[in-house]
Design a protein around this ligand. Structure first.
Ligand code: SF4
Length: 352
C-alpha cells in the first residue's frame, strides 16, 4: 500500500467535480448548525432521496432547537415515523433539551461541548464542525470509509475500529487548510455517487491518485466481515376493538420500538385465549405484512377481533380510532392500522 502525498492529491479536480455535479438537497449550501445536525442524523441508515421529505417536514414543524425541545415526545416520534431507528429521534429531542438548558438553544462550535449532546458521535460532530462552522474537521461516514480504503488500496476489514481510526487519520492529513469543508463534503458525495458499491472509476475526478483503481482492486474493496444472518420472526397480531376503540400498547424503556404504538402480538395464536380476559369474536383476517428492522425480518399475521366487553389489560390502553392517525406506530403496525382504518372506515361508527 502506497501512502498518498498531499502534494499529489487532485484537490482542484475533486472540488470542480463537486461544484458541478453535487446533488441539490435542502440541507446544502450554508446550512444552519441545527439543519446540519438534523439532516446528518436522518442520513444515518437512510437514503438521501428518502430523507428530503422527512427533513423538510421536520424543519417546518420544529424550525428551531427551542421548538424541538418544547415539543411533546409523541409528536417528535410521529415526525420520524417510517425512518426507523427511533432512538435517533429521541436523542434529537433530548439533545435539544440539553442545548436549551446549557447553550442558549444553539449548537456549540467545539468538539468537546458537542460530544455532551445526546446521540452525537464522531461523524456527526465532524460534520457539524465542517459544514456548519467551516472548521477543518474529518467527518468519516460509510461513504468516506469506502472512498479512502479504495484510494489507499487498504486491505484490512473496514468494520474494524483500527481500520476506521487509520482512515480517519488519513482524512485528517488529507484535508487542505483552505476550504477543507468543501473537500470533506466532496469526498462524502464521491462515495455516495461515483464510488458506490460498484465504482464508476472512468468518470472519477481523483482516478489518477487512486491506488485501488490503478492496481485494478477497486471493485474488491473495501474488505468486509461476513454479515450476521437475518433472524426471521413470525408474529400473530390480533387487532382487538370494542365499538370505536382499539387495544394498543406503547413500547417503553430502551426497546428498539420504544415510544411507538403497536397492537398486541404473540408467537402463536393460542396465547390470545389467555391474553384477553373477556369474550372475543373473530371478524376476519387482515393482509399479512413483512417488516424488517435491524437484523430482524418479521412476518406479521394480523386478524381482527371484536371484544364483547371492554376489559382492562395490563400494559395496554384503549384508544379511539380517530386518535390513531396522530400516534406514531412502528412501520409494520402502521400498515395494519391503515388497513383497519381505511378498508373498515365504519369502525369509527362502532361497526364493520
Ligand atoms: Fe472510487 Fe474509482 Fe474514484 Fe477510486 S477511482 S475513488 S475507486 S470511483
Amino acid at each position: 500500500m502506497k501512502t498518498l502525498d498531499k502534494g499529489e492529491f487532485p484537490y482542484q479536480n475533486l472540488k470542480s467535480w463537486f461544484e458541478r455535479e453535487k446533488r441539490i438537497f435542502p440541507w446544502r449550501d450554508n446550512p444552519s448548525p441545527y439543519a446540519v445536525w438534523v439532516s446528518e442524523v436522518m442520513l444515518q441508515q437512510t437514503r438521501a432521496s428518502v430523507v428530503v421529505g422527512y427533513f423538510t417536514r421536520w424543519m417546518a414543524k420544529f424550525p428551531t432547537i427551542e421548538s424541538l425541545a418544547a415539543a411533546p415526545v409523541d409528536e417528535v416520534i410521529k415526525m420520524w415515523e417510517g425512518l426507523g431507528y427511533y432512538s435517533r429521534a429521541r436523542n434529537l429531542k433530548e439533545g435539544a433539551i440539553h442545548l436549551t438548558k446549557h447553550h442558549n438553544s444553539l449548537l456549540p462550535s467545539d468538539a468537546k461541548a458537542l460530544s455532551k449532546v445526546k446521540g452525537l458521535g464522531p461523524y456527526t460532530i465532524g460534520a457539524i464542525l465542517s459544514f456548519a462552522f467551516h472548521k477543518k474537521s474529518a467527518a468519516v461516514d460509510g461513504n468516506v470509509l469506502r472512498v479512502i480504503s479504495r484510494m489507499f488500496a487498504f486491505e484490512q476489514e473496514i468494520d474494524l475500529p483500527s481500520t476506521q481510526k487509520w482512515i480517519r487519520e488519513r482524512v485528517e492529513e488529507l484535508l487542505p487548510d483552505t476550504e477543507s469543508w468543501v473537500i470533506m463534503e466532496a469526498l462524502i458525495e464521491l462515495g455516495a455517487t461515483l464510488c458506490g458499491k460498484k465504482p464508476a472509476c472512468e468518470a472519477c475526478p481523483v482516478q489518477d491518485a487512486c491506488q485501488g483503481y490503478l492496481l485494478g482492486k477497486a471493485e474488491n474493496l473495501p474488505k468486509r466481515k461476513k454479515r450476521l444472518p437475518s433472524i426471521f420472526l413470525k408474529r400473530i397480531v390480533p387487532v382487538i376493538y370494542h365499538r370505536n376503540e382499539l387495544l394498543l400498547q406503547k413500547q417503553e424503556g430502551k426497546k428498539v420500538m420504544a415510544g411507538l404504538f403497536e397492537f398486541p402480538y404473540f408467537d402463536e395464536e393460542r396465547h390470545l385465549k389467555t391474553f384477553y380476559p373477556g369474550h372475543l369474536q373473530k371478524v376476519g383476517n387482515l393482509k399479512e405484512v413483512e417488516h424488517t428492522f435491524t437484523r430482524y425480518r418479521a412476518r406479521l399475521i394480523p386478524t381482527l377481533w371484536e371484544a364483547e366487553e371492554k376489559k382492562e389489560v395490563e400494559g395496554f390502553i384503549w384508544i379511539e380510532s380517530e386518535a390513531m392517525q396522530k400516534l406514531p406506530f412502528s412501520s409494520g403496525h402502521r400498515k395494519i392500522t391503515q388497513e383497519v382504518l381505511g378498508k373498515h372506515a365504519n369502525l369509527t361508527h362502532g361497526k364493520f
